[in-house]
Design a protein around this ligand. Sequence first.
Ligand code: AMP
Length: 967
Amino acid sequence: MTLSSLPHPLLYGIDYILTGGVGDVLLDMRASGSELGWLTWPYEQGSKQGWEVVQRSLNGSQLYTYSVCNVGEHEQDNWLRTTFIQRRPSASRIFVELQFIVRDCNSFDGSSLTCKETFNLFSSESDADIGTSFRKGQFKKVATIAPDEITSRNELRINTETRVVESLSRKGFYLAFQDIGACMALLSVRVYYKTCPATIKSLAAFPETVAGGGVNQALREVAGACVENAVSEESPRIYCTMDGEWVVPVGQCQCMPGYEAVNDTCRDCQPGFFKAFVSNDACELCPVNTKLLSSGALFCPCAEDFYRAPDDPTTGPCSGLPSAPRELVATTTQLAAGKLQLSWSPPEDTGGRSDISYSVECRRCEGTACQPCGEKVRLEPASSGLMDTRVAVSELEPHLNYTFTVEAHSGVSLFASQGTPHPPKVTSMRLDERSLTSLSLSWAVAPRRPVPQPTRYKLTYRKKDDNLDVTTYTVLILEKSSVQISDLSPGTAYLFRVQALSPEGNPGGSSIEDEFETLTEVPLSQSNTGVIFGAAVGGAAMLMIVVVVLLIRKRSATTLFSPLCPSSFFKQLKPLKTYVDPHTYEDPNMAILKFASEIHPSHVTKQKVIGAGEFGEVYRGILKAPGRKEGAVAIKTLKPGYSEKQRQDFLSEASIMGQFSHQNIIRLEGVVTKFKHAMIVTEYMENGALDKYLKDRDGEMPSFQLVGMMHGIAAGMKYLSDMSYVHRDLAARNILVNNNLECKVSDFGLSRVLEDDPEGTYTTSGGKIPIRWTAPEAIAYRKFTSASDVWSFGIVMWEVMAFGERPYWDMSNCEVMKAINEAFRLPAPMDCPSAVYQLMLQCWLQDRSKRPRFPDIVSLLDKLLRSPESLKAIADFDPRVSIRLPSTSGSDGLPFRSVSEWLESIKMSQYSENFTCAGVVTMDQVLQMKNVDIKNIGVRLPGHLKRIAYSILGLKDQTSTLSVFAV
Ligand code: AMP
């Protein structure tokens, strides 16, 4: 009787019950579906039958099992050995799952003495497949396997047992099954190891890991990585147990500013939301009076005409400027003693702030001349910073007109000067002449550049003591700043108010309310002119005008500078200092100490490489130092193996940068110098270098924004030139752009300035010069001055208007120098406002003394921004020149071979598919295209449309010459 005479379990419809954990299967007898080729021993079977393969077919597929049944024989020792099983290096612990049937010994008549109901599992490690050589002695016993249930004559019982083979260390192993006299069948052998599956826990990703530690270790420590846009202070770790389970995650990853955790990822803050810090908090709704950025906002910038005070958190709301104080009244109890009391009511609109204070300005007017009262008049408790709505005025002199101006201030008032051209405030109104029935008045406006002087005024007046229920106002629109009003009542006080009007006719925020009285009788002399408060002061008459001046800059728009590269949101103090060359210090380390603050490296976390500098990588990271707000920074590193000279050159950039403080100059946060790895930490500019930023947005930005951007750069350069610092390497690649799209000048240094620049070309004297950005005199005899920086600024303007195009395209440096020497200049880029191109040409004047200076450039750009119509006139543009369109040919001088070659030459390859899909596949077809066809195939951006249209125009027009640089 053999076991094989029993029906096969699968034929009963019993399937395998696969138990055990997840993991990679190294061997699966059942799945192999073919003869396994396992070795049986003894080889010679003869009458002594050992293990034998039993093949069955089930539903057309073959099943192989091994069985043995020598129950009547003594001293059975039958071996069945698997083929070589390769091990995965870290899988030192594998599981062997067996399914088998063992027949009941009692079911064999008279064989019970020799019959066995168990078998043994062995293993043997090896670094190589040893083929058919088999030695029992090489095998170690793993376990004796006994069935839980024995198969009787009629009832089939399948057992499943799993055993572990541990401490494996060699390349692979064999398993062997030793039969010692049982009647059994091995239905399935599955060999696997367990893994902890790849997972994300607490925003850290951990890879699939073989379960358990090394030899005899229950846990395996696994390092993870924060998911994209998440960071952690401590590198995340977790443990994988022998059973393939993850336990004890260590180190929290948190979403970076601008991101929030959603389903195991850090997702951009949604439009209208922001997140300022690294945390697991959700993004917050933008506070009131802020602009809603698209998505991923780190903070919400203030809406137009709203500001944050320097001490306001960037996460808080923005507030407007307060309106003017109201109801200014002078009480004159002791006028004779030269005293009076001014009091007023708080502004109607505090701009949403509680830190309202007041200042009182006193001006003394004699005849037409007004001047500050200075020390001569006392204002108590003070003239500014008043929290109370009153002030005591003393030491007034008789016979004088005094004008008091009360202004309301708040924490955001320092932004008031950022206003755009609201008409200036009317500072003083004067009574020039009066009679019984007329008053002649005139007024002046505060000189405020660059707002032009207003040409029209609105004058409103009424009787002061109008007893009627209805007050009647008279409104006059005047072309000049004086008026004579007749038909007034004698001896009557009138209140006057003047507002300057903008060219569009909008009344400026400015207004004054003055009181003047007509004469009661014909004057005898000047001394008793108009008595308002009585002639109590020393018996003499005193005319007092009380003027309430609105904060005229309230809610002034900043649109002219925004949204790109505002020159400065903060008042910049004109630098009184000049730049100090750190090389003038005998010990350059002293310069660093003086100009840069030391940061402890533990306060700096590097996150990602964002660029490569000459001295080492540039990282984005986080600076979290005591007493400072945590924030994103750029970290420049000094690569290992540097010399002391290199270290000093590297740090010289910080010594220079540390001397500057301007909104359009990259800000130094500090340096790490006291530790092995020196670093320079600066503010982080999210949008990177300007040239790349523009290239990525080719044709997508209006001139107004581009000019705003130049204005910012010019403001930064003006600051540098005021400090007597000559940059020498001004180029769009050295301008950085931040999240608010402000542009900042960067890349300072001494010897490194130009060595670091890939554009730098060695000169015969050994230095390096970026030829296409450098003024001729600087190339010729190293005359680097602010005037040569102005030349470079002209090139930057060109780069900006040409969306990051390379100046002089692929001309060689030598060709560029020759062209400049022959008075040729870069042509106007496409769509370049004429005024802007004229400014470029001015910057490129051969005679450096004739070039504009940075202050001139700033004010000119300012003017252009303030009257956007001035940008409407477009400079002449030759498409074949300005976008470097070869008139009919590709780069090798041959006609374009394909539409895609042509598109590539004009940098419009992104539309290749649009052309193909529209069936425009030959250049002949291209030449037939009209503007509307270009639009119809899906070219929507006006800049791109023009570029393609111009190119086609250029292709058609082969007659004009290529006058590249004719100015
Ligand atoms: P640099 O050595 O200053 O030329 O820096 C090399 C590159 O690093 C630049 O081109 C930028 O792409 C990047 N980079 C340098 N500084 C900053 C910064 N403050 N913010 C963002 N990116 C920067």
